[in-house]
Design a protein around this ligand. Structure first.
Ligand code: DC
Length: 228
């Protein structure tokens, strides 16, 4: 590979975006940034501060206090990347079903998105980055040299997510997870601010019927072509 580029990986929730983005970053020696983790951390922090009651976010108070939230990524000794709020590693707290829903709620708010996008653009200044999210190819880096839009059918995603959650000991059912996946898809694609959509120049990667290895090979092929 000759030149350093920005790789934007977008797609629906639980479709394997982060797996493919992490693998590509490792393959290329690039930095990996999980922007979903940022929205999840905002959601966690917002709820902890009592600013989410049921499904309602107190936007006024959130706006007044958001500048107090210190988000950062740290690489641990085992090579994994964790997100921190201040000095606290919140990587495992942000992976619950409640945190997913809270992330989805706060990610519909314009001033939250603008703050996250500004941080993300700064992280990409040096290129050599793989960033995954919903609006990376459309809003954060519209000029990214490679844009991949990852897709899998909702039932396939719900099944994968159900296994992940139950393995972590969460009490849930497949139907409940499928419902949450569909609700999140709806919110992600219908919100006024940066709704999820495939950029015109993004390449669709449908992994519903691919093995992880087949998916990785396709993505590597795309990366090699883009960096030539
Ligand atoms: O990818 P994820 O499931 O960790 O994302 C959590 C939530 O954050 C999800 O509802 C979509 C939202 N999100 C977003 O709006 N924009 C991004 N760039 C990344 C995530």
């Amino acid at each position: 590979m000759t030149k350093k580029i920005i790789v934007a990986v977008d797609g629906y929730s639980s479709c394997g975006k982060s797996t493919i983005a992490k693998q590509l970053a490792k393959y290329a020696g690039y930095t990996y940034i999980d922007t979903g983790a940022m929205y999840r951390a905002v959601g966690l922090w917002t709820r902890r501060n009592g600013l989410i009651v049921g499904e309602n976010v107190d936007e006024g108070k959130l706006k007044a206090n958001l500048s107090n939230l210190q988000l950062s990524f740290h690489r641990l000794d085992d090579g994994t990347q964790h997100i921190f709020i201040g000095e606290e590693d919140v990587e495992s707290q942000i992976r619950t079903l409640e945190a997913s829903n809270d992330a989805s709620l706060v990610s519909t708010i314009g001033f939250v998105r603008r703050r996250m996008v500004a941080m993300q653009q700064q992280m990409g200044e040096q290129k050599g980055i793989v960033m995954d999210g919903r609006d990376i190819g459309t809003v954060v880096f519209p000029n990214a040299e490679l844009k991949i839009f990852v897709f899998a059918r909702p039932e396939v995603r719900a099944q994968r997510r159900f296994l992940e959650l139950t393995q972590k000991g969460e009490q849930t059912t497949y139907d409940e997870v499928l419902k949450a996946v569909e609700e999140r898809d709806y919110r992600d694609t219908h919100r006024a601010e940066s709704p999820l959509r495939q950029a015109e120049d993004a390449i669709l990667l449908d992994n519903s019927d691919l093995t992880p290895e087949q998916q990785l090979n396709k993505a590597i092929e795309l990366l090699e072509k883009a960096t030539k």
